[in-house]
Design a protein around this ligand. Structure first.
Ligand code: FAD
Length: 361
């Protein structure tokens, strides 16, 4: 008999899990969430992401495995499904020796390496020659990556789920047990809940995982084009600021970032930080303004998103809460897209284990 599954959350974690699970027989999948694609809200990280494939996971870790498993599906979308809003783009990672030992450089340790674990995963990984680098840059690597237009990709995930029979509804749950009420699922009795609540797993009753904290990312979306994605090991404006540029697929504009302000829930853009972001971006990427200053940037919007960073990494685990089967998939930090397929596959393994013949409540 088919199992009734409710997925809480319609961010990239919930939608990717719903889509991959909907390709298997035997599940009636219902996605219930406070926020859905189309919404922009501080409690909803997914629309704010760049989003690109630029692994910061440590080689040999679970996170690196999930990132590695996600490359091929994203490349397949870029190659064969233009309607998904994912395209290939060259990506350059610039290193300044003076950033060694800083928080950003430590966080980026594998990314900044001249031979990172993902060199064998992405195409065209190479080291750039010193004479090709801009002022202040000591070394750099480059590879072919993808950039995802989240305004197209998230609705595309919904449409693929709908085509496979997944149902969607707005809902706000105070406690995870509330999702198990028969009224929460169109088919009645709920067999298993998948928890994809991102940062708000820190507040959801029955979960309240206080090891998930925000890492505030402020961005500026502009009409100017960068030509390639660029990222640098640090900035001169403090350890919690960052500098990166990426042009989204299909007219999605160019994201200028950013910041990584751990513990900050501030939802409003800081105008001074916005100026610093734009100044750093035009200095790093003169192609944006043909060498002009920030007055030549054509701003679409300023924004803030909160990365759901979890101590110990993304939580993909099964649990029984008040007699209800739950599988968690939350806390992907700044890697929710680039790890999305790996995380969803692992989540589905646990769903199958939880509902399998040898499972017990
Ligand atoms: P969310 O997108 O936050 O979704 C959570 C869902 O749960 C929402 O639908 C919400 O309404 C629902 N929900 C929560 N609590 C409840 C409740 N109690 N009841 C009902 N519904 C609930 N990642 C990359 O891979 N590449 C990048 O380049 C990248 N760049 C980023 C740049 C910025 C500025 C930011 C902010 C993030 C970036 N990320 C990037 C990270 C990525 O955006 C996140 O890891 C990812 O979006 C997390 O997705 P999620 O589905 O777990 O959470």
């Amino acid at each position: 008999m088919s199992k009734n599954i409710i997925i809480i959350g319609a961010g990239v974690a919930g939608l990717t899990t719903a889509l991959l699970l909907s390709k298997k027989p035997g599940y009636n999948i219902h996605v219930a969430a406070k926020h859905m694609p189309g919404d922009y809200d501080i409690e909803y990280a997914s629309p704010w992401a760049g989003a690109n494939y630029m692994p910061v996971s440590v080689g040999g870790s679970q996170a690196a495995k999930w990132d590695a498993e996600t490359w091929a599906p994203l490349a397949d979308l870029a190659r064969n499904y233009p309607e998904a809003g994912v395209h290939f783009q060259e990506c350059e990672i610039h290193t300044r020796e003076k950033d060694a030992g800083s928080a950003t450089a430590a966080w980026f340790a594998d990314l900044l390496s001249s031979n990172p674990w993902f060199a064998k995963v992405v195409p065209n990984f190479r080291t750039l020659t010193k004479d090709s680098l801009g002022p202040g840059i000591d070394s750099a690597t480059a590879f072919t990556s993808v950039c995802i237009n989240t305004a197209i990709y998230l609705p595309w995930l919904v449409s693929q789920c709908l085509a496979n029979g997944v149902t969607f509804k707005r809902a706000i749950f105070e406690h995870i047990r509330d999702a198990s009420a028969p009224s929460s699922h169109p088919r009645g009795t709920v067999d298993l809940i998948v928890n994809c609540t991102g940062l708000m797993a820190s507040k959801l009753g029955g979960v309240e995982d206080t090891t998930v904290v925000p890492a505030r990312g402020q961005i500026v979306l502009v009409r100017n084009e960068a030509g390639k994605m660029l990222d640098v090991s640090g900035t001169d404006d403090g350890d919690d600021e960052a500098c990166y540029v990426m042009t989204r697929a299909a007219g999605g504009g160019t994201i200028l970032g950013g910041s990584y302000q751990k513990g900050s829930w501030e939802s409003q853009p800081d105008p001074n930080l916005a100026i610093r972001i734009m100044k750093r971006a035009v200095a790093m990427c003169p192609a944006l303004t043909n060498g002009g200053g920030i007055e030549d940037l054509d701003v679409i919007r300023h924004g803030v998103g909160l990365r759901p960073v979890r101590e110990g990494g993304t939580r993909i685990e099964k649990e029984v809460i008040e007699g209800i089967r739950v599988v968690h998939n939350y806390g992907a930090g700044g890697a929710g897209y680039q790890s999305s397929y790996g995380c969803a596959l692992e989540t589905i393994n646990l769903i199958e284990e939880s509902l399998g013949p040898r499972s017990r409540l």
